[in-house]
Design a protein around this ligand. Structure first.
Ligand code: BTN
Length: 324
């Protein structure tokens, strides 16, 4: 039944600006005309604008702005990223559901999306404020055949994919703050959280969580965050179509991911460095061993940070508190 409705949307969508008769639709889907009429009624209730004219048939005028599985699947041009989509209005965290699905064997590329998260989480177990709608909160399950210690490369790849999508769709230049923040005008626009289930030499699965501030007013965030975050709506003073934006990210992600599996990390590394926040500038680092100032030079192939200390030596930093 669900598949029929999805196929019906595809059929209507594929005949742009033309009517398709009920008879043709019922033949294509191999269901009765009454079933077609029932599906059309349901789609209208879900927010699809479908014009019905006697003797001519049906024409799709507008898909709904709110998210749903069928809206998200419609016109998605990927081979596998996001082809299996689970959408829920509210979840504790899309990460939790993605882990559950991954443990029970879901296919690689499965995407979980929610409008609100009651316990969204960020890196280092920090809270990720997402118990309001308007943002994009989504988690992607991957099963790459790479060494577990290369997994951070996929966080960096995700940051490049999100940045590319923002630049392509909205013509806005963003920067990536190591390791995984997307920054705009010195404020946080998006964050990425990679979680992994692995053995010593094999990744069972990865869950890449992506959180982006899209259509929120800044007032929905707690007072402490308000001066540190930014949303696209706040910047552009207009609502962004989240479905188109999500598609753009998924399509961009798939391109980069396939390139990565075929050609390795080098091309991603270059794109990442081209967008790096404060590259070539002095930053203050606090590591378990010392606090020091250094020039931010780039990233290594394993995703670690490269800095030049005051003696002119290059140091590799895996984890540090950084004062940017
Ligand atoms: C960070 O910057 O610390 C990473 C934030 C990641 C947030 C996303 S929103 C979708 C997914 N679900 C979560 O609970 N977290 C990630």
């Amino acid at each position: 039944m669900k598949k029929n409705k999805e196929r019906l949307i595809s059929l209507l969508a594929s005949s742009k600006n033309a009517y398709i008769s009920g008879e043709n639709l019922s033949e294509e889907l191999q269901v009765t005309r009454t079933s077609i009429w029932k599906y059309i009624k349901e789609l209208k209730e879900e927010g699809y604008e479908i014009e019905a004219i006697r003797k001519k048939g049906y024409m799709l005028k507008q898909i709904p702005l709110h998210l749903s599985e069928s809206v998200l699947k419609w016109d998605l041009k990927t081979a596998f990223i996001g082809q299996n989509i689970i959408y829920r209005p509210v979840l504790s965290s899309t990460q939790d559901m993605a882990h559950e699905l991954a443990r029970s064997g879901c296919e690689a590329g499965t995407l979980v999306i929610a409008d609100k998260q009651t316990s969204g989480r960020g890196r280092l177990n920090r809270e990720w404020e997402s118990n309001h709608s308007g943002g994009i909160w989504m988690s992607l399950v991957l099963r790459p055949e790479i060494a577990p210690n290369n997994a951070p490369q996929l966080t960096l790849l995700s940051a490049v994919a999100v940045s590319n999508a923002i630049e392509k769709l909205l013509a806005i230049d963003v920067q990536i703050k190591w390791p995984n923040d997307i920054f705009l005008h010195n404020k946080k626009l998006a964050g990425i959280l990679t979680e992994m289930q692995a053995e010593v030499d094999k990744i069972n699965y990865l869950v890449i969580g992506i959180g982006i501030n899209v259509n929120q007013q800044i007032e929905v965030f707690g007072e402490e965050l308000q001066s540190k975050v930014i949303s696209l709506k706040e910047l552009l003073d207009q609502e962004i179509d989240r479905k188109t934006f999500i598609h753009c990210i998924l399509e961009e992600f798939e391109l980069l991911y396939n390139d990565y599996l075929e050609n390795g990390f080098k091309p991603i590394q270059k794109s990442w460095v081209d967008k790096a926040y404060k590259i070539g500038e002095e930053i203050s680092l606090k590591t378990p061993k010392k606090n020091f100032k250094a020039i931010f030079e780039g990233i290594e192939h394993d995703g670690s940070l490269l800095v030049e200390n005051s003696n002119g030596d290059i140091e590799k930093i895996y984890s540090a508190e950084i004062d940017w």
